[in-house]
Design a protein around this ligand. Structure first.
Ligand code: ADP
Length: 406
């Protein structure tokens, strides 16, 4: 079974083709800057004779349909492509950002599902429309392959009402669905499962805190395999300090910005989403650069890192309380996987909660899963590389097999 995973953004299409029988990636790449003067097409994979191939080219890609057509051409290219015909692709798995309350799990896409994703556009105006464009295009290009939607929000649908309701007039929830949804669900679910595999235990026996630190960042509290709380909210703006997003702020700050600085809603939206977080505090949103600046003695970078890690530490405490007991903590994504300093600072002084890192393990470089807690630590602390595309492919395969069994 070959599954194509697609992640369509407003000006990009990311793709990855999995050979599920042989557990390998056959190709991956991206069409970027779609609709701009010069677009960029990258492709990496296995050639028809089994050699690794890589291609990167400037192109003019007017729209997503053209972008997807170019990707298909690459996949079946006689010199570069890992397959001979697009009919070899058994199914297409789509990352869909917002499933609202309609979707608790992965689902086969039909007209009703498309209508429901469309209905959730007000909750994710930047993400759901391009996701729908991607679905429409691959439905036309692969008419015989089932299309499957894997939602960023689905894993968090088990969060109980006490954790997802905001203390606002209840009608706002009942009528407008204003509530916490949470994102990065595919990543949180994937690393939680990998943690259980690594420990040789069932996920249903474990209480975990998963900490996804990429450009966007979020944490999840997972009780006996089910998510019970997460830091992102109705939108991805809430919670942790991120590359350029503020995370939690006093909700009255926008009024102050409007009253005192005459900023419009649009300005404030841009400030909180694009000019805050690490970028706002120290001028760069790239963690590698922030760490380099800190090492060079830059005070603003040091302060930004303190704010960043203190927020994580505070949520570890909060989720410890929410879970009532904790077995495992997992760090993942670009920063979580690669920045020992961030892991150390976020866990410092938590011995009282049974969380103790082993300095050498934390700083050690190793591929795959790494255990970084000391043997004395009650809570096992793991670093697990996330793989959202693989999880989407696995979910796609799972729902297809479920229908075959039925
Ligand atoms: P995205 O959310 O876009 O998928 P990633 O998970 O790739 O993001 O994470 C990107 C972040 O990871 C950036 O801030 C980057 O600087 C950081 N990062 C990547 N490698 C390292 C590293 N070796 N040390 C510290 N930070 C890193």
């Amino acid at each position: 079974m070959k599954i194509l995973v697609i992640n369509t953004g407003s000006s990009s299409i990311k793709y990855e083709l999995f050979d599920m029988e042989h557990h390998r990636v056959m190709a991956s790449g991206m069409a970027e800057k779609i609709g701009e003067d010069t677009s960029l097409l990258t492709h990496k994979g296995i050639s028809p004779n089994g050699d690794p191939v890589e291609k990167m080219e400037d192109a003019v890609i007017a729209d997503h349909l053209e972008g997807m057509n170019r990707i298909v051409q690459l996949l079946v290219d006689p010199d570069l492509g890992p397959i001979q015909a697009k009919s070899e692709i058994s199914a297409v798995g789509h990352r869909v950002v917002h499933g609202g309350e309609a979707f608790h799990s992965t689902t086969i896409i039909d007209k009703k599902v498309i209508a429901a994703i469309r209905k959730n556009i007000p909750l994710a105006p930047l993400h759901n429309p391009p996701n729908l464009v991607g679905i429409e295009i691959t439905t036309t290009l692969f008419p015989d392959a089932p299309q499957v939607a894997v939602f960023d929000t689905a894993f968090h649908q088990t969060i109980p009402m006490k954790a997802f309701l905001y203390a606002l007039p209840l009608e706002l929830y009942r009528e407008k669905k204003v509530r916490r949804y949470g994102f990065h669900g595919t990543s949180h679910a994937y690393v939680a499962e990998r943690a259980a595999d690594y420990l040789g235990q069932s996920l249903a026996e474990l209480n975990l805190i998963t900490i996804h630190l990429g450009n966007g960042a979020s944490m999840a509290a997972i009780k006996r395999g089910k998510c019970v709380d997460t830091t992102m909210g109705m939108t991805p703006l809430e919670g942790l300090v991120m590359g350029s997003r503020s995370g939690d702020v006093d909700p009255a700050i926008p009024f102050f910005l409007s009253d005192q600085l005459g900023m419009s809603f649009k300005d404030i939206d841009g400030l909180l989403n694009k000019d805050s977080g690490l970028k706002g505090l120290c001028g760069t949103n790239d963690m590698r650069e922030v760490l380099e600046k800190k090492d060079a003695g830059d005070d603003r970078a040091r302060m930004a890192l303190e704010v960043y890690c203190y927020r994580i530490k505070k949520y570890i405490g909060a989720y410890f309380a929410a879970l009532e007991s904790l077995d495992v903590m997992v760090f993942t994504a670009g920063i979580g996987e690669n920045a020992p300093y961030i892991r150390e600072l976020s866990c410092s002084g938590l011995n009282g909660l049974g969380i103790e890192l082993d300095r050498e393990q934390n700083h050690g470089v190793r591929e795959g899963i790494k255990e970084i807690s000391s043997p004395k630590s009650h809570v096992r602390v793991l670093v697990i590389p996330t793989n959202e595309e693989l999880k989407i492919a696995q979910e796609t395969k799972r729902v297809l097999q479920n229908i075959l069994v039925k």
